[in-house]
Write a protein that binds this ligand. Structure first.
Ligand code: PLP
Length: 367
């Protein structure tokens, strides 16, 4: 029997979450963001659930090719654009759209010798200061692209730095949105603005012809802890499950694990779980929530490479073979949101789902 740790990918949850994105912005076309191998889920494992989307958005041409190999003929958007002039050959071959965020990319397009005409997404830097043209440069670049014979359409694109929080001033969503709208007010073309946080929190205030939903599709709340997945009606799409492989009964003052970081104050029962940092569980997490036989308890002591310990004091019937949910849903439907687990190591659901390692067996669940 293989080691009992598995990552289950729930097709019904992926479909449900995509429908939630549509419900929030019914007049928008939806790009399912599947970068980073579909946020760690595996492109091939999410494709069927997402093929009712209007397009896929990702970073690597290699990933785009995998989507084409699955039979997708609709739009694919490269969110970081092209990395070299030669990439345009692949963009032509695989009919890829891409963002344009720097001068080099504009020049590569102008000098391209192929026959293709590309749908490009011109990125404005409204304050994130990662990618894109500052507003005072934007309209010039837009005019250049409009005259370029290799360009079919130019969509206005921006990315909010603070759609998940309550920050104002130059990092606030209102400031960035106003700057964007003022800059493009005399320029024709569709818009693409919203990530998950903007879709969920500002659907009424924003007009976005193409939304780019990522994390919400995978059942993590972009503005946790302000809102949980329950508040947004999202379902976990990945469950990391394992089993208890040993029981230890501790006396008062006994310690657990490397560095003896946990010390029992009274006699207690603990379980050892087949899950460690080599599976992608965060080593620095402390008192992280877990479900054992559907009951919520916590990790104790240090996470080691292959194992971690959980408190079973209040779960007397738990034994070797008991189901452990590290995040996601139990086989009977009890939910442990990935965001609750991420918080105990000071990170976000994104990082946990992207970090499950290759030795974990993935299973696609279709009901
Ligand atoms: C990753 C990404 C998204 C999706 O963001 P989520 O927070 O996961 O919804 C949208 N737009 C761009 C440009 C991105 O890089």
């Amino acid at each position: 029997m293989p080691r009992p740790i598995t990552a289950i990918i729930h097709q019904d949850a992926l479909q449900h979450n995509l429908n939630v994105a549509r419900q929030f912005m019914p007049d928008s076309k939806v790009f399912a963001v599947v970068k980073a191998n579909a946020y760690g889920h595996g492109l091939e494992r999410v494709y069927d659930a997402f093929k009712s989307a209007d397009g896929f958005a990702l970073l690597d041409i290699a990933e785009a090719k995998r989507i084409r190999d699955l039979g997708w003929t609709g739009p694919i958007l490269l969110l970081e654009g092209i990395f070299s002039a030669e990439d345009l050959v692949d963009c032509e071959r695989y009919q890829l759209s891409f963002s344009i965020h720097n001068e080099h990319q504009v020049q590569w397009l102008e000098h391209y010798q192929g026959m293709a005409q590309f749908d490009v997404f011109l990125k404005m830097n409204t304050g994130m200061n990662r990618l894109g043209f500052k507003p005072h440069l934007y309209s010039n670049v837009w005019h250049t692209l409009k005259q370029c014979k290799t360009v079919k359409s130019v969509t206005h694109m921006m990315h909010f730095s603070d759609a998940d929080g309550d920050r104002f001033g130059q990092s606030g969503i209102e400031y960035q949105h106003t700057l964007f709208e003022e800059t493009i007010k005399d320029l024709a073309g569709e818009r693409s603005l919203c990530n998950s946080a903007a879709i969920l929190r500002y659907s009424k205030a924003l007009h976005s012809d193409y939304i780019r939903s990522g994390i919400m599709l995978y059942g993590s709340s972009p503005d946790y802890p302000t809102h949980s997945i329950h508040d947004w009606n999202l379902k976990p799409s990945m469950s990391l499950r394992s089993e208890i492989i040993a029981i230890q009964n501790l006396e008062a003052d006994e310690t657990v694990g490397y560095g003896s970081k946990f010390k029992a104050t009274h006699a207690m029962k603990i379980g050892i779980v087949a899950c460690g940092y080599a599976d992608g569980y965060q080593r620095i997490s402390m008192d992280a929530p877990v479900l054992v036989d559907e009951v919520r308890t916590r990790t104790i002591g240090r996470v080691s490479m292959d194992m971690l310990a959980v408190d079973l004091t209040d779960i007397p019937e738990a034994d070797v073979g008991s189901e452990v949910v590290l995040w996601g849903t139990s086989s009977n439907g009890a939910v442990l949101p990935i965001d609750d687990v991420a918080a105990s190591s000071g990170t976000v659901g994104y990082e946990l789902m992207c970090g499950v390692t290759a030795r974990v067996q993935f299973i696609t669940q279709t009901n």
